[in-house]
Ligand binder design. Sequence first.
Ligand SMILES: [Ca+2]
Ligand SMILES: [Ca+2]
Ligand SMILES: [Ca+2]
Length: 114
Amino acid sequence: MKYVLVVAALALAPVANAETVAELHEKELNAIDANNDGFLSKDEFNAFSDYAFQEMDEDKNGTLGLNEAKPFLDIKQFQDVDSNGDSLVSKAEYNAQMESDFTEADQDGNGQLD
Ligand SMILES: [Ca+2]
Ligand SMILES: [Ca+2]
Ligand SMILES: [Ca+2]
């Protein structure tokens, strides 16, 4: 599984419709790149990640149910992110997935996506 949540979250960015992080080109990056330096730092990524979670969490109860996640994730992806299998994606499960997406996307390990 690659970049599942990043891609899902990007669907929430105003200009984003990237299908993979490899396609995360300037427009998408600019939407998340708060200080416009052309790089996506971990802080910027985390801020965007929090924003995306809140956007998806429609009833604001701090977890994503299937219905909330459905527009962004298919059932298989949902189950992959729901690591304890309780049919809810908690913020911790979400953060863990985002963390691993970031690490995977940060191929040179310099702590920012460029
Ligand atoms: Ca930046
Ligand atoms: Ca919710
Ligand atoms: Ca869960």
